[in-house]
Design a protein around this ligand. Structure first.
Ligand code: MG
Length: 168
């Protein structure tokens, strides 16, 4: 379980790095609201890694940080970035499901309880990306629509996830 959790910590940090890369790309493309949204997403992924690191430490395990693989640096459009986000989050969901299966097989009830939060979180992550993809389908390449969409994404603020409250 410890090795599997360490692998997931690396996966969450890779996610953080992916969304930071998207944020930098859209900052450069002058979509500052979209850049803000991905910057908040970057912080959330760091928080996911922190929740897992705290859990491993609390159970007297050892967190072993591994290299973070390269991430893409360019996206054709905002829609393209959210399609990539959805595709990536689906992969993360299957990683979390595999971890939960392992926790069940090992009769590891504490890990099962901790992972339930991640299972719910993944439902939200996928739903958010799907909704944005639907919105962007309606907008197409309509400049004013994209301008308004970007403005909406500027409003997102980082909120500490519940398992980390007071522990960041
Ligand atoms: Mg995550």
């Amino acid at each position: 379980m410890e090795a599997a959790l360490n692998a997931q910590i690396n996966a969450e940090l890779w996610s953080a790095y992916l969304y930071l890369s998207m944020s930098m790309h859209f900052e450069n493309a002058s979509y500052n609201g979209t850049a803000n949204w991905f910057r908040v997403q970057f912080k959330e992924e760091q928080a996911h890694a922190t929740i897992l690191m705290n859990y491993v430490n609390a159970h007297d395990g050892k967190v072993t940080l591994m290299p973070i693989a390269e991430v893409p640096t360019q996206w054709e459009s905002i829609a393209d970035a959210f399609k990539h986000t959805l595709e990536h989050e689906k992969k993360v969901t299957s990683l979390i499901n595999d971890l939960y299966t392992l926790a069940v097989e090992e009769n590891d009830y504490a890990s099962q309880s901790m992972l339930k939060w991640f299972i719910d979180e993944q439902v939200e992550e996928e739903e958010t990306a799907r909704n944005f993809i639907d919105d962007l389908k309606k907008i197409g390449d309509h400049g004013y629509g994209l301008y308004m969409f970007d403005k909406e994404l500027a409003a997102r603020v980082y909120v500490t996830p519940t398992p980390l409250a007071g522990k960041e």
